[in-house]
Design a binder for this molecule. Structure first.
Ligand code: HEC
Length: 178
């Protein structure tokens, strides 16, 4: 069995990238030389549109609903006070790292609440206050959250987006698994 050394694999990789780049350059220059300016221009436009789409931040529910009435900072504080973190992982809330219930990271990008209600601010407020009324028998208890506190919690949760690095975004865009 032939075993490729890591170094030689890396060198081969670099070599083929170099050859491809060279090929692409040759191709482009030959087009331009044959008077393919219009097509080249079109290519540039298409490529920049694609790049623009890739760079677009994802639309989130908060974008759709505008700024929410609650107080984000107070939301963080009351999420901690009510002990939501004893069941949920919530970024930015001290001690909220449990996995009894679903993690609430990237909340603004979720489509459903408890797999049932469309993820809209008013629905979330109802869920946080009355989960047992919405889904009788769910493991999440009613916790006597006041309306005011719920509104602040909603503002905080909707401020959470996925924290993607440009590495992750590129991988997602190209459809490469981790
Ligand atoms: C005893 C554990 C427990 C506590 C405490 C708790 N939850 Fe939950 N929570 C759950 C479980 C379990 C679910 C999943 C319910 C379902 O899908 O039926 C859930 C679901 C949720 C969801 C929907 C998650 C999703 O992915 O759809 C949100 C939002 C939520 N909880 C917020 C809160 C907030 C805010 C508090 C504090 C006021 C809180 N929870 C307290 C257990 C808990």
């Amino acid at each position: 069995m032939i075993r490729l050394k890591r170094e030689s694999v890396v060198r081969r990789g670099a070599w083929s990238v170099y050859r491809w780049t060279q090929w692409a350059l040759d191709w482009t220059l030959s087009r331009v030389a044959r008077g393919g300016w219009a097509r080249l221009g079109l290519g540039v436009v298409v490529l920049s549109l694609l790049a623009g789409c890739a760079a677009q931040p994802e639309r989130t529910v908060t974008d759709l609903y505008g700024p929410l009435p609650g107080n984000i900072e107070n939301g963080r504080a009351v999420l901690e006070d009510y002990g939501c973190g004893s069941c949920h992982t919530i970024p930015g809330v001290p001690g909220a790292n449990s996995l009894v219930g679903p993690p609430l990271n990237g909340w603004a990008e979720r489509s459903f609440i408890a797999g049932k209600l469309p993820n809209e601010p008013e629905h979330l407020e109802q869920w946080v206050r009355f989960p047992q009324a919405i889904e009788p028998g769910t493991a999440m208890p009613n916790m006597d959250v006041t309306e005011e506190d719920a509104v602040d919690m909603v503002a905080y949760l909707f401020s959470l987006r996925r924290d993607l690095t440009w590495h992750d975004r590129t991988r997602n865009f190209l459809g490469i698994a981790r």
